[in-house]
Design a protein around this ligand. Structure first.
Ligand SMILES: Nc1nc2c(ncn2[C@@H]2O[C@H](COP(=O)(O)OP(=O)(O)OP(=O)(O)O)[C@@H](O)[C@H]2O)c(=O)[nH]1
Ligand SMILES: [Mg+2]
Length: 307
């Protein structure tokens, strides 16, 4: 009988199950816009990667495309759950390398930032807001990964108004994110379940002079919050990584944001190229796939875009 030498070539199959991802961050931080921009940024990687092709499909199996980009930001009316399939194929033969069924829980900031906030007890049980908060907490509980958004443009908000879902200072962020991390740490209990927290410093296009990596940027703009993140990282099953992102991106290779403050969205829709919106997702996928894909056949995702 012929014995196998090495492992068969085609073990590439999707990991089973759905991947819940919850978004955390104040109102207006850019949560909805980043998920919207993801499909557009994948087009960029499809153009530049020699090896891989990336697709997003909606719940009916239709490809999600962002052609004819609008000059208006995506609608952001209420909390919603996006059901999206992410598929990675080999350009050479179209074989599927991996697929992830994503449930993206995109709550409004007011609910998201109250998760773990003991002051929320002041909200009487049974109110609409209370129910929204419970949904937000359930989403954080179910999700293996959380994208937390820090708005680099926060200084325009003075003073902050947490009761309206707005956070304006590093201190506000560090307080709220401590609540979130305590909540997640307490959830874990005796299990060795891990939670992945991708912290996104969003809207970096608005501060192009701060051309540094996410770690350095955090130290400058969100020093207190950064210290909290470092304190919790790799403890209580929490794995934390930092990113800088921009849903609108930059024009050409320059520093100029592709952003029109009058419309709150793209100044040049035809030149839309989001910046690092895929990176936090790639990081999560990579962590999920570590135990799954062959160790001798690494399938790295594209590196971060640098400026
Ligand atoms: N400059 C810049 N502005 C952005 C970016 N992303 C979002 N914005 C602006 O921020 C506004 C709010 O973004 P959303 O994505 O709707 O914010 P959100 O976090 O979903 O807010 P809630 O749903 O209210 O919690 C948008 O209408 C844009 O004007 C970005 O990458 N750069
Ligand atoms: Mg939103």
């Amino acid at each position: 009988m012929k014995s196998f030498r090495g492992r068969p070539k085609q073990i590439l199959a999707p990991p089973p199950g759905e991947l819940d991802i919850a978004l955390w961050g104040p109102t207006g931080a850019g949560k909805t816009c980043l998920v919207y921009a993801l499909a557009k940024e994948l087009e960029y990687y499809n153009r530049t990667s020699a090896t891989f092709h990336y697709d997003l499909f909606d719940s009916r199996g239709a490809p999600i495309l962002r052609d004819g980009a609008s000059d208006q930001p995506p609608a952001n009316d209420e909390a919603k759950d996006d059901v999206i399939q992410f598929v990675r194929t080999l350009k050479a033969n179209g074989a599927t390398v991996v697929a992830h069924d994503l449930n993206i829980h995109d709550d409004r900031g007011l609910n998201a930032i109250r998760v773990g906030d003991t002051a929320s007890d002041s909200v009487s049980v049974g109110t609409t807001w209370d129910r929204h908060l419970r949904t937000a907490e359930a989403n954080m509980t179910d999700s293996v990964a959380i994208l937390a958004f820090l708005d680099i443009d926060y200084e325009r908000l003075r003073p902050s108004a947490p009761e309206l879902g707005l956070l304006a200072t590093d201190s506000d962020y560090s307080g709220r994110i401590t609540n979130l991390l305590d909540y997640l740490a307490a959830l874990r209990g005796p299990s060795d379940l891990k939670k992945y927290l991708a912290v996104c410093v969003a809207k970096v296009d608005l501060r192009p002079n701060l051309r540094r990596n996410a770690e350095q940027l955090m130290k400058i703009v969100f020093p207190k919050t950064n210290a909290v993140l470092d304190k919790y990282n790799n403890k209580h099953g929490l794995i934390i990584e930092k990113f800088q992102t921009s849903a609108v991106g930059f024009l050409g290779n320059g520093d100029r944001a592709n952003f029109n403050p009058d419309t709150g969205w793209l100044s040049q829709p035809n030149a839309w190229r989001p910046f690092n919106t895929a990176a936090p997702f790639f990081w999560i996928f990579q962590e999920m796939e570590k135990d799954f894909l062959r160790a001798d056949e690494p399938r790295p995702y594209p590196p971060l875009q640098r400026r």
